[in-house]
Design a protein around this ligand. Structure first.
Ligand SMILES: [Zn+2]
Length: 322
């Protein structure tokens, strides 16, 4: 009965299971202003009034990150199956069919090759609109294949996470994806190729606890909820008030869980800069901490926080010259 109640409960999140807002006019969850949908889309789904980052559809995300015409899709050949014959309030097969016809993809991920300001990368973008971006066998397999193919093709790997966690309808098979994706990243490490993980709202559960937090750099969008168990679960368990901004990107940056929080309009150029510096550093066999610090300090990355940036690439050259 508890499980049934869980499925029936109303989830007070932005857009519920939708990846992005719909309708002609929208109320911004950040400032409650009425925003014309076209204005929001034209502004990369960021509220023009207050900077609130709405969820962004996968295709728009790829169009924003990949250089024009450079994206070549890899995912799509692996189809999900209902190995457990799982039925809750509806059969898993029906949930899958509904999600597939809504999103026009087999499962909650799109992967492919692209260039990012000329840098060859493999992109893996999760779709929160597909069963809450949950990671089942197909998502895990596509992430693993993308990471391994990136290593084979000498590409950096960039993942964009948005996920409610492991897909409960696949039981232990979904939990196995945590190990599978983690191991697949080793292929990149062996070739000394960078992996940059971008966490968007929300990144939770088994995705947070596996590949999404294993990047050479782990960055997030402003305001993104990033956690294993969510704040409500924690609050109900420890029965204490949680600090302001708990488990949000800015809070986690202050606590050292993230390397950077990047507003969406700056995301592409900042990622490209990180990939460039990491790639050069890793190839030169510098220690990973040196490479990471050099990438974060590189002035070409247009940091907008007013902090004076040292010359990251120069620092890297000095560190690797010894
Ligand atoms: Zn707003």
């Amino acid at each position: 009965m508890a499980l049934e109640r869980w499925f029936r409960r109303k989830r007070p999140t932005r857009g519920d299971d939708d990846a992005s807002p719909t309708g002609l006019w929208l109320k911004c969850p950040g400032c409650h202003a009425q925003i014309y949908r076209k204005d929001l889309i034209g502004n990369l789904y960021v509220c023009p009034e207050c900077g609130f980052h709405e969820r962004m559809p996968v295709e728009a995300r790829v169009a924003m990150l990949a250089d024009e015409g450079s994206f070549e899709r890899w995912s799509g050949a692996v189809m999900p199956s209902d190995a457990l014959g799982f039925v809750d309030t509806e059969p898993y097969t029906e949930r899958l069919q509904a999600a597939q016809s809504k999103t026009d993809r087999p499962d909650a991920i799109l992967t492919g090759a692209a260039t990012l300001e000329g840098e060859p990368v493999a992109l893996a973008v999760m779709d929160f609109g597909f069963l809450g971006g949950s990671m089942g066998s197909v998502v895990g397999e596509e992430i693993a294949r993308a990471a391994e193919r990136a290593a084979d093709e000498d590409r950096a790997f960039v993942s964009v996470a948005a996920s409610g966690g492991a897909r409960m309808q696949e039981g232990a098979l979904s939990l196995m994806q945590m190990a599978k994706t983690t191991v697949a990243l080793e292929a990149l490490a062996r070739r000394r190729l960078p992996y940059v993980s971008v966490l968007t709202d929300p990144t939770t559960g088994g995705v947070t606890a596996s590949f999404a937090t294993l990047g050479d750099l782990v960055v997030a969008e402003p305001g993104a909820l990033i956690c294993f168990a969510g704040p409500r679960v924690i609050q109900q368990t420890i029965k204490q008030d949680l600090p302001e901004g708990f488990q949000r990107a800015e809070f986690l940056l202050r606590k050292g869980m993230l390397d950077d929080v990047i507003a969406r309009p700056a995301l592409k150029s900042r990622l490209a800069g990180y990939v460039r510096v990491l790639r050069a550093g890793l190839a030169s066999c510098a220690g990973s901490a040196v490479v990471r610090d050099a990438a974060l300090a590189a002035p070409s990355l247009d940091h907008d926080d007013g902090a004076p940036a040292s010359d990251g690439e120069e620092a890297l050259q000095r560190a690797t010259a010894v």
